[in-house]
Design a binder for this molecule. Structure first.
Ligand SMILES: [Zn+2]
Length: 239
């Protein structure tokens, strides 16, 4: 595997856009903790409330619960702006409606860095990704450009914003960059643990043990490509 480059650090505002509550907490949040700790501003935008994510809980109850868990996990890593678009969980569809919603959000937030989750077909090898991640991730990459064109989705979200310099894709099987999480991995773990109801429905393991084991494993494997430092990865698309 190729060595990873350090993520760019010369920016002030980021917007993280993902499909579901918990998408940012499987690693990425540890990097976000470092950025907010350094005084950068990061906001979250969730396309759905993850209402179809808990088998034993009907969507009408799961949605509000998962929204609450997402807000709590964001707060752990210094993020207090958390917005929801209310697309339907499980059936997010790539198209102009989704691109317009995302472009509008990018125009409102005016980020230099946009973060999203793996949009590729797989997580690597034959581990198939989900349609929501695939469609949402691709739409985020496209909307970063749409937001800057005043003739595309005119008026949606206000003035055009052509200031997105990078889109960073977390958990990509084609990672190019990484962030050292030596000092922030524990915050990442606590951020994932806030998705307690979701994790309890997923596994019999204690939520804290589950989160620590998983995130430490990811970060340690990444260290092999990042000078021995525990890290989380991104595939970086410069614009
Ligand atoms: Zn997800």
């Amino acid at each position: 595997m190729n060595p990873l480059e350090p993520m760019p650090d010369d920016w002030q505002r980021a917007l993280a856009i993902v499909a579901h509550p918990d998408d940012l907490e499987y690693g990425c949040a540890a990097a976000i903790a470092g950025w907010t700790g350094a005084g950068k501003h990061v906001a979250y935008l969730l396309a759905t409330r993850g209402e179809a994510g808990i088998d034993t809980l009907e969507p009408g109850k799961a949605g509000p619960l998962r929204e609450q868990e997402q807000r709590a996990s964001a707060a752990v890593v210094g993020v207090d702006v958390v917005e929801f678009l209310d697309h339907a969980d499980g059936v997010i569809t790539y198209g102009t409606r989704l691109r317009a919603d995302l472009a509008a959000a990018i125009r409102r937030h005016r980020p230099e860095l946009v973060i999203t989750l793996n949009h590729h077909d797989t997580w690597g090898g034959t581990s198939w990704n989900t349609p929501d991640h695939r469609d949402l991730g691709r739409a985020v990459l496209d909307a970063a450009g749409d937001a800057g064109n005043r003739w595309i989705f005119p008026g949606e979200g206000g003035e055009p914003w052509n200031g997105v310099r990078w889109v960073a894709v977390a958990a990509s099987p084609q990672a190019t960059h990484a962030v050292d999480v030596t000092d922030t991995l524990e915050l990442g773990v606590r951020s994932l643990v806030e998705h307690r109801a979701y994790i309890k429905a997923l596994t019999d393991q204690d939520p804290e043990d589950y989160a620590r084991e998983l995130l430490t494993g990811f970060a340690t494997r990444t260290a092999e490509r990042f000078g021995g430092r525990p890290a989380v990865t991104f595939e970086l698309f410069a614009r």
